[in-house]
Ligand binder design. Structure first.
Ligand code: C2E
Ligand code: CA
Ligand code: CA
Length: 536
């Protein structure tokens, strides 16, 4: 047996190999003991080697973990400390205020919490424009240091925005302390800043609010300190303590802004009114369709826009809506349509009492909402405003939204349609059948009806494929409890075919074209069908 047979093929250090070779050559030790010794010793050395490898891998791993921790700490630090001053930021302020307020509320002795918002004045902004960034960074750092130095033990300092600091002071007696520190902060901040080539004077304004007098929640305390700060800046007083009248002034300002927006809105509407007009096409519900003709009544109207261009005359919506959509102008135009349709509903409401017009009360008006308008963040508030301005209830308004609008951002659409439904407004899917989405998918959205696109009418009676598609849509809609409104019906035979499929609501030239508001109201009786197979 050779030495290699005993120790295997593993590499062993030269010294060990020498040692084992010596043992192997000895003649004074019985062969079997010698062999066992060598095998065991080789194994031991191999295990030691493995242990070495493992522990250095372990060291590596530990080093990696440490590095990750350091990275995390750095990140965490950046999340809660301001990079320029190393001071705690608004996240920490938020947490601290929360716990200070909890402690104050459960403490047996009254405890005041004073919030100071300290904002550097315009001279800092001016300096920023003329100095190198590193110098303005230094000014900010120095401001933090100065405030830190005059901070009492029961206070904390935060760096919340670029040129804004907050101090929160917790103490057991109110009164002079509050103003004493405001003075101290101002004195410190407004001392001259000495830079290599110049000295600069920078001042500050301070807004103060105190718990419990000026607010009991962190939001109200911070907001009121902020209101006090605005007051300071406006009146050019170094510091201002919050007073309730200040809030009243802020509310008044917001109201004023609102009325400016309103005036602007009215003006825009008046402007659009000059060139645009809504026409209304009747929407009919059939009660019977048999050999003796059709019976039914007008249940609503679709508002369709018309543009009387100053030099081009009447421009069809198919021509200008895409342009308005692209430029974003569709948003004010669509809002105008909502306002105008709401006005019509209001005028119908006022007609209640005159016998002939009582039916108006039951009619709905359906307004088209373009994809861009549907995406607009103010859609919901615009609808609310249109309804409240006209003082009409939401139930008689409907919105028509195309399938593609919904599919643009299904999550947002779901939210919006829910909100619209909560307001009491029904939603129809317009031009149904031209897009790619299936009815069963659209069922996730709380919609009342689909409007079968008018292109199906072209060959409904001649093309087998069109017939099958329309039949499938109608069956599916019935199964899902969604109403079908057929658009663009022009012939009696189309209606007969669709009636058999279960369709009850129709819109199309067969019944009537879109007409101006006063004509619509006047023609309402003509459109209602009693034992006649003739359309209007
Ligand atoms: P739409 O929403 O599909 O409106 C129905 C269109 O079909 C109207 O065209 C209507 O006049 C027409 N129509 C109705 N019955 C028949 C019929 O029996 N046969 C035929 N051939 N056509 C019929 P209009 O008024 O030209 O409007 C075209 C499109 O412009 C509308 O299609 C709608 O997408 C858009 N639109 C109209 N008004 C507004 C609006 O206020 N806002 C928005 N965003 N889009 C609007
Ligand atoms: Ca429509
Ligand atoms: Ca349509």
């Amino acid at each position: 047996m050779s030495l290699r047979d005993l120790i295997g093929d593993d590499e062993l250090p030269a010294g060990t190999l020498r040692e084992l070779r010596e043992v192997f050559r000895r003649r004074d030790v019985p062969e079997d003991i010698k062999h066992r010794y060598i095998t065991l010793r080789a194994r031991q050395l191999q295990l030691e080697q493995q242990l070495d490898d493992t522990s250095s891998a372990l060291d590596d791993l530990q080093e990696q973990i440490k590095a990750r921790k350091r990275r995390e700490q750095k990140l965490e630090k950046r999340l809660i400390y301001n990079e320029k001053t190393g001071l705690a930021n608004h996240t920490v302020l938020d947490n601290d205020l929360h716990s200070f307020l909890n402690e104050a509320n459960s403490s047996p002795t009254p405890r005041d919490i004073v919030v100071y918002i300290i904002a550097l004045d315009q001279s800092f902004e001016d300096a920023k424009r003329s100095l190198e960034p590193s110098l303005t960074d230094w000014i900010i750092y120095e401001t933090g240091e100065r405030l830190k130095e005059c901070l009492p033990a029961n206070a904390r300092l935060y760096h919340t925005r670029e040129s804004e600091f907050v101090v929160v002071l917790v103490h057991n007696s109110s009164g002079d302390v509050m103003e004493y520190y405001a003075d101290r902060f101002y004195e410190e901040v407004s001392r001259r800043y000495t830079l290599p080539k110049y000295t600069i004077a920078i001042g500050c304004y301070i807004g103060i609010a105190c718990h419990p007098d000026h607010g009991s929640t962190k939001r109200s305390l911070l907001r009121n300190a902020d209101i006090a700060l605005s007051n300071s800046i406006r009146s050019r007083r170094v510091f201002t303590t919050y007073r309730p009248e200040m809030s009243a002034a802020v509310i008044e300002k917001i109201e004023l802004q609102n009325s400016i927006i309103k005036a602007f809105e009215e003006q825009t509407i008046a402007e659009i009114n000059r060139q645009f007009e809504l026409h209304y096409q009747p929407l009919i519900e059939l009660e019977s369709c048999n050999g003796s003709g059709l019976q039914g009544k007008v249940v609503g109207a679709e508002a369709l826009i018309r543009w009387h261009h100053p030099s081009h005359g009447l421009v069809a919506p198919d021509r200008f809506i895409p342009v308005a959509e692209e430029s974003g102008l569709i948003v004010p135009i669509g809002t105008w349509a909502l306002y105008t349709a709401s006005d019509l509903l209001a005028s119908w409401g006022r007609s209640v009492g005159e016998q002939r017009n009582r039916r108006f009360d039951q009619l709905f008006v359906s307004v088209n909402v373009s994809p861009r308008q549907f995406r607009d963040e103010y859609l919901l508030s615009n609808i609310e405003r249109a309804l409240s301005r006209a003082e009409v209830a939401a139930d008689n308004l409907r919105l028509e939204i195309t399938e593609s609008s919904i599919m643009d951002d299904p999550e947002d659409s779901l939210y919006k349609i829910h909100r619209i439904r909560e307001m009491g407004i029904e939603v129809s899917i317009d031009d149904f059948g031209t897009g790619y989405s299936s009815l069963s998918y659209l069922k996730r959205f709380p919609i009342r009806s689909i409007k079968l696109d008018r292109t199906f009418m072209g060959d409904l009676l001649t093309d087998k494929a069109t017939m099958s598609i329309v039949r499938a849509i109608c069956n599916m809609a019935a199964g899902l409890g969604i109403e079908v409104i057929v658009e663009g019906v022009e012939q009696y035979e189309q209606i007969r075919f669709l009636w058999e499929l279960g369709c009850r609501r129709y819109q199309g030239y067969y019944f009537g074209r879109a007409v101006p508001q006063d004509l619509f109201s006047a023609a309402l009786d003509d459109w209602s069908l009693e034992d006649s197979s003739n359309g209007a």
